[in-house]
Write a protein that binds this ligand. Structure first.
Ligand code: SAM
Ligand code: SF4
Length: 446
């Protein structure tokens, strides 16, 4: 099982693994030993999608070798490339046995059977609710093997239609899972040893799931319920859209102790003109206001963002507005991308595409601009005491590693029994990508 792209895909890959385990499959440690390879693909940028075809070329060779040895070797293409390109995937690479989209992978066992009977199977239905109803729950050993932090998809799809983005086409319309279903899944994870749950969705803060009484419940309602799980020590969510950053959710950052003081809130651009053409439904003001309110509710909150440079028509002045917004916010971390025209999206149709050289140059300037606040943020951790959830052994003997509330890797000298626990740690040094510290308090939060 190989997964590319976002957290939603990581979650889907785990669910497909659980489903295939029921069919008698176990994860192969090396590709050469596999009888079935599932590529869970990403279509967000051209590079991500094209990479899949070179991977498939390699797998096709491997399949030929295996077949010559009389062994089984099946190739499944899942995820967003499967959804967007369907039939075309098989036409471009004939060695592919099965194509299945992100909303119908629960049918994988039946589809594999059809494929083995000789059919060329492509399933790109949007069967989201059926999917969640029929997927098997992971077993305790499966949960334990995946560590103390787990994703739970609570919301699927997107109705926003930003003019650069394929997600509304590959993942379909926005749908929220029921509160009860989410709690049931969370309970199982917690019983299996999970201590941190990350609620995920393309627009997770647009979540409006029905509770037991049929009332629409916002994301903070889920956090309130999850906060009651004694063993759960930390809650997170990603990815949020600025227009769905409601006062209720902002207030939850002030009132719910377990909710990590960290929000990934992509802005994409700091230019109102570009934001409008991106169909983002917000301007820079709305974004800055949301940040201000979050900081008022929870003064130690940190913010990260996504940026796109070189959207069609982006001028130097537009780009500078993005740099100004970066300076105004001081992001703890950022992800930045060159605009990639995606087939079927309005942005791709435009005649004012930005030259690749300019995109590259702007990306480098943006990278330089976000680096200083990121480094300052990390350096500013030294001397602070923060809660660290320990996740695994460190690189050296006697060392354990965990995450700060701000997603920074933290290493300490400590006992392996601390793995799965949340501890107060005093940060003593900051490297470029990780922190080191000392456990200052034996108090367990759970
Ligand atoms: N729903 C989220 C949002 O609104 O921010 C995340 C969507 S996407 C999986 C993650 C990021 O990929 C986006 O925030 C955007 O920065 C980037 N992205 C999406 N489409 C892109 C494109 N055509 N070219 C470059 N980057 C893109
Ligand atoms: Fe894509 Fe915009 Fe939806 Fe995010 S909100 S998934 S960027 S269309």
């Amino acid at each position: 099982m190989r997964s590319y792209g976002c957290q939603m895909n990581v979650y889907d890959a785990a669910r497909m693994t659980d489903l295939l385990a029921q069919e008698g499959y176990a994860a192969a440690s090396r590709e050469e030993d596999a009888e079935l390879v599932v590529l869970n693909t990403c279509h967000i940028r051209e590079k991500a999608a094209e990479k899949i075809y070179s991977e498939l070329g390699r797998l096709a060779e491997l399949k030929k070798e295996r077949r010559a040895e009389g062994r089984n070797f099946e190739i499944v293409v899942a995820g967003c490339v499967a959804q967007a390109e369907g039939e075309l995937v098989m036409r471009r690479q004939r060695a592919v046995d099965l194509v299945v989209g992100p909303q119908s992978y629960h049918r994988l066992p039946a589809l594999l059977k059809e494929a083995r009977e000789g059919a060329r199977v492509v399933d790109t239905d949007f069967a989201v609710l059926e999917k969640f109803q029929t997927l098997p729950a992971p077993t305790r050993p499966q949960i334990a093997a995946r560590g103390v932090s787990a994703f739970v998809t609570v919301q699927e799809g997107c109705d926003k239609f930003c003019s650069f983005c394929v997600v509304p086409y590959t993942r379909g319309a926005e749908i929220s899972r029921k509160v009860e279903d989410v709690l049931k899944e969370a309970r199982r994870l917690v019983d299996g040893g999970v201590r941190e749950i990350v609620l995920i969705g393309q627009n997770v803060n647009a979540y409006r799931g029905e509770d037991e009484a049929g009332r629409a419940t916002p994301l903070e309602g889920l956090f309130e319920r999850l906060s009651e799980f004694k063993e759960l020590t930390r809650l997170r969510y990603t990815t949020s859209h600025p227009v769905d950053m409601t006062q209720g959710l902002i207030d939850a950052h002030g009132s719910l102790e377990k909710l990590a003081p960290f929000v990934h809130l992509p802005v994409q651009s700091g230019s109102d003109r570009v934001l409008k053409e991106m169909n983002r439904r917000h301007d820079a003001r709305l974004y800055l206001d949301a940040i201000e309110k979050l900081r008022r509710a929870r003064p130690d909150i940190a913010i990260s963002s996504d940026f796109i440079v070189g959207f069609p028509g982006e001028t130097e002045a537009d780009f500078e507005a993005t740099l100004a917004l970066i300076d105004a916010v001081g992001f703890a971390s950022s992800f930045f991308f060159k605009y990639s025209p995606r087939p079927g999206t309005p942005g791709a149709e435009r005649s004012d595409q930005i030259d690749e050289v300019i995109k590259r140059e702007r990306l480098a300037r943006l990278e330089a601009r976000v680096e200083a606040p990121r480094r300052d943020f990390n350096a500013g951790m030294v001397g602070r005491t923060v809660e660290v959830l320990f996740e695994k052994r460190g690189r050296h003997v006697g060392q354990i590693a965990g995450k700060s509330p701000y997603m920074q890797a933290v290493h300490v000298e400590g006992d392996e029994r601390e793995i799965g626990r949340l501890r107060s740690v005093r940060i003593v040094a900051a490297g470029s990508n990780s922190l080191s510290g000392e456990i200052v308090e034996a108090r367990e939060f759970a």
